[in-house]
Write a protein that binds this ligand. Structure first.
Ligand code: GDD
Ligand code: MN
Length: 412
């Protein structure tokens, strides 16, 4: 046995993100077997780390003294969070600290922590005290009573968010709705699939290679793991007092990317979905979104009474065409850069632009058709129907442009 230096950092596991079975005898002679391994992912949490470690230690020392470990996984925070955590190890003997320097990101941090864990129950909690620590014991109880996985949820009895703006609530619910459409088998199993506060039995994910993008590690765990009974415990997501959230627009894009990837790799595979170029599609979707802004801006500049005040229809046609031009240019230099760099002549470019125009026009017709069909026969809510229509038209626009305008045909 190697001698472990006091207060040394955990070695960062490398290779694939896979959780292994515990070796039969991990128990060292002088230590209790670990029941719960709780990962605390951190990035720039210098102001919170001591407090969270102290509160969790007090709680768990009461309940399972010596039988738990707290694993801080810090991504080499510039504020030295890992360093502070390391200095706490003498005072808190159940604390372990990992400092990652190559890899980054919340989800992979959690998995790396689990890989280093020695407990049979694996959990995760935020470091910023937005996840109320006492809920931890309820989660643990739920597992002891037979659940495979226990989630702290904002959307059941006893749960909530403290003071979120209307927009943030809407975005959060919108994301959930989208998830239900793309990945119902996973999203419908929990009321709060976005929760980053949960624990599960190790055996549920042993041997599975996890491959999450972004923040939503719970989705990945339920999606790829072998999870039976799920329990939920209500909690109120409190406000952050120290430090700041790392959530940016990128997390929303990552989330959608993640949903689609899970869908494709875990759902029943059709030939279509297996060959579907997801990354390219996401770029195409983003470009489409930029087109919406261009369209809106031009419409405003041309038709608003305070600006040019031109007639609405005329303004809209121009706005639509400018947006199409915008989208074409971005798609040509970004989404399909590899293809267009092979055909740079201006005549070739013009030809692509014309095709793109016609396909988008057909897409608009499809959009209107689907909107009517869905609204009249499926769901009597014009906004949901419109969302579905836009999704269908986007896939159409993408697929046909892929095959016709930029012609990315796989040659076997
Ligand atoms: N190691 C590491 N690397 N940790 C990170 C990273 C990273 O790149 N990004 C964020 N963290 C840590 C933060 O330090 C914090 O402890 C935790 O992950 C959550 O990050 P926040 O930036 O505070 O996220 P949030 O408050 O907006 O969202 C949280 O609540 C959501 C709703 O329940 C997260 O827990 C989400 O997972 C959760 O869905
Ligand atoms: Mn937070």
């Amino acid at each position: 046995m190697s001698i472990i230096q006091p207060n040394s950092l955990l070695t960062v596991p490398t290779g694939s993100l896979q959780i292994l079975e515990l070796p039969a005898a991990t128990t060292e002679a002088n230590s209790e077997p670990i029941v719960l391994s709780l990962v605390i992912p951190t990035y720039k949490e210098a102001a919170n780390i001591q407090k969270i470690v102290s509160i969790l230690t007090n709680l768990l020392d009461e309940y399972i003294p010596g039988k738990y470990e707290l694993i801080v996984v810090d991504d080499d925070s510039p504020d030295g969070t890992w360093n502070i955590a390391q200095s706490l190890m003498t005072e808190y003997p159940q604390l372990r600290v990992m400092r990652r320097q190559g890899e980054r990101g919340l989800s992979s941090a959690v998995i790396r922590g689990w890989q280093a864990a020695t407990g049979n129950i694996l959990g995760v909690i935020d470091a910023d005290l937005q996840h109320p620590p006492h809920v931890l014991l309820q989660l643990l109880q739920a597992i002891e009573e037979g659940a495979d996985l226990a989630v702290a949820s904002r959307h059941i009895e006893g749960g909530g968010v403290s003071s979120w703006s209307f927009v943030r609530r809407l975005l959060s619910r919108g994301a959930q709705l989208l998830g239900l459409i793309i990945l119902p088998g996973v999203l419908s199993r929990v009321s709060d699939p976005m929760s980053g506060y949960f624990m599960l039995r190790r055996h549920c994910i042993v041997g599975k290679t996890l491959n999450p993008v972004g923040y939503k590690i719970l989705l990945e765990t339920i999606g790829r793991g072998n999870v039976g009974k799920i329990a939920e415990v209500g909690y109120v997501f409190s406000e952050r007092k120290e430090g700041e959230s790392k959530v940016t627009w990128k997390q929303y894009v990552d989330y959608i990317h993640h949903l689609i990837r899970l869908r494709v790799s875990t759902g029943r595979l059709s030939k279509f979905s297996r060959n579907f170029p997801i990354d390219r599609f996401l770029r195409f979707g983003l470009v489409g979104l930029s087109g919406v802004f261009v369209d809106m801006t031009v419409l405003y500049l041309l038709s608003d009474p305070t600006t040019l005040g031109l007639p609405l229809t005329r303004s809209k046609i121009i706005a639509g065409e400018v947006a199409i031009l915008n989208n074409f240019l971005w798609n040509d230099i970004w989404t399909f850069a590899d293809v267009s760099s092979q055909q740079q002549e201006w005549r070739q470019r013009l030809k692509r632009f014309l095709k793109f125009n016609i396909i988008c026009l057909a897409g608009l017709v499809l959009n209107v058709l689907v909107l009517n069909l869905v609204f009249n026969f499926v769901i009597r809510n014009r906004y949901v129907a419109n969302l579905i229509a836009i999704a269908v038209a986007t896939v159409w626009n993408f697929w046909v442009n892929l095959k016709l305008s930029w012609r990315v045909t796989q040659v076997k």
